[in-house]
Design a protein around this ligand. Structure first.
Ligand code: GNR
Ligand code: NI
Length: 151
């Protein structure tokens, strides 16, 4: 496992729409391992592959708090399949935009469909920090940044 260097604004890579992953292979597994190591080292609660320079639709996240048990989750081709009408405000940061924070309003709860490393289709309901983070990460896959949500 390797900590990979982070892509930092204004790198135009951050504005790229990442590619759908057709088949998860050994390289995908190695990338995900490196993404977890890079994310935990930063430290961050989520990471999109584009932030380590790979424009593939892959996200790692861990929304566990403090001393709670770790909850690593890797998502391939994640999609929001529904979102709550209820909205939530959260002060967001981004590893690709160091030392800048801003309050973003997003749906409180979302349904997410994605593939795991075995190619199995999974669906998860997310709320709280996890809901905020997965929306932030899927934005990255679409070349969007949290600063785009600020007025
Ligand atoms: O580590 C991170 N924390 C965070 C806090 C609030 C909302 C979103 C995030 S994601 C961020 C890591 C990152 O930049 N992921 O793309
Ligand atoms: Ni980010």
């Amino acid at each position: 496992m390797t900590i990979r260097p982070l892509v930092i604004l204004p790198d135009p890579l951050l504005r790229t729409v990442s590619d759908v992953v057709a088949h998860a292979d050994g390289a995908t597994k190695a990338l995900i391992d490196d993404m977890f190591e890079t994310m935990y080292d930063a430290p961050g609660v989520g990471l999109a592959a584009v932030q380590v320079g790979v424009t593939a639709r892959i996200v790692t996240m861990d929304a566990s708090r403090g001393d709670d048990e770790k909850q690593p989750l890797a998502l391939i081709n994640p999609e929001i399949i529904w979102s709550s009408d209820a909205l939530n405000e959260y002060e967001e940061g981004c590893l690709s935009i160091p030392e800048f924070y801003g309050v973003v309003t997003r749906p409180t709860k979302v349904g997410v469909r994605f593939l795991d490393l075995d190619g199995k289709v999974l669906e998860r309901e997310m709320d709280g920090l996890a809901a905020t983070v997965i929306q932030h990460e899927i934005d990255h896959l679409n070349g969007k940044l949290f600063i785009d949500h600020l007025s």
